[in-house]
Design a protein around this ligand. Structure first.
Ligand code: BG6
Ligand code: MG
Length: 218
């Protein structure tokens, strides 16, 4: 059996936090008198906090001062963290733990590759820290997805070459980042949005053992 690296995004892949990011941005958008839709939110997935605010200001056609931007970034994160506070294991997406445990049982490399600066506290709260050999998050990178940095660092941390890395992602930017890294990409979500990925599954319940074994042996 070969050794591969499996790199997991966090928000919307491991845990159902994408909806909390959306709610917090939507509430901020209201202050700009802007109606932020779920469709527009697809562009925010995988994108860093600072970049997300820039996109929102553009969409809302709103000119903000640097001071206001800093205040809004803080406000958005504080609201997001209140949602996170109320979260428990039920927010872990279906069959994620089954897949993580299976990969561990086959002695595969498992790492987190997330844009979030809140990744570690979220994993800790959900008691998932021990499921990862390495964690690369928003505090470790300078370039945001679709730049490949986060996944390249994940592969490096596990000492596995990029052609042996497999990325699970729910965002357009994240699938592009995996491609830019020269890694196999697996979209978690709908085919319409994630059509660029090598494979797309609605969620991990659709990913069976045979599929994972094939990825390992490829
Ligand atoms: C990504 C999310 O995982 O992390 C984005 O998909 C989010 O929506 C980004 O903006 C940064 O997260 P955080 O927790 O640092 O604000
Ligand atoms: Mg995501």
């Amino acid at each position: 059996m070969k050794k591969k690296a499996f790199l997991f995004d966090l928000d919307g892949v491991i845990v159902d936090t994408a909806k909390f990011h959306y709610l917090a941005w939507r509430n901020l958008a209201k202050e700009m008198n802007f109606n932020f839709t779920e469709e527009q939110n697809e562009l925010f997935k995988g994108v860093s906090r600072v970049k997300s605010l820039e996109i929102l200001l553009d969409l809302a056609n709103y000119r903000a001062t640097e001071e206001q931007k800093t205040r809004w970034l803080k406000q958005k994160n504080m609201e997001y963290l209140t949602f996170i506070d109320g979260m428990d294991e039920r927010e872990i997406l279906p069959d994620v733990v089954r897949v993580l445990d299976f990969l561990h049982s086959k002695d595969q490399g498992v790492a987190l590759g997330s844009a979030s600066k809140n990744a570690r506290p979220i994993l800790k709260k959900l008691d998932l820290l021990s499921k990862f050999h390495a964690i690369v998050d928003g505090n470790d990178v300078t370039a945001a997805k679709p730049d490949p940095e986060v996944f390249l660092k994940g592969g490096e941390a596990l000492q596995i070459e990029r052609s042996h890395c497999i990325v699970f992602e729910d965002s357009i930017a994240g699938i592009q980042a995996a491609k830019n890294a020269g890694m196999l990409s697996i979209g978690i979500g709908d085919t319409k949005t994630l059509g660029e990925a090598d494979y797309v599954f609605r969620d991990f319940t659709e990913i069976n053992t045979d599929f994972l074994i094939n990825l390992i042996d490829k």
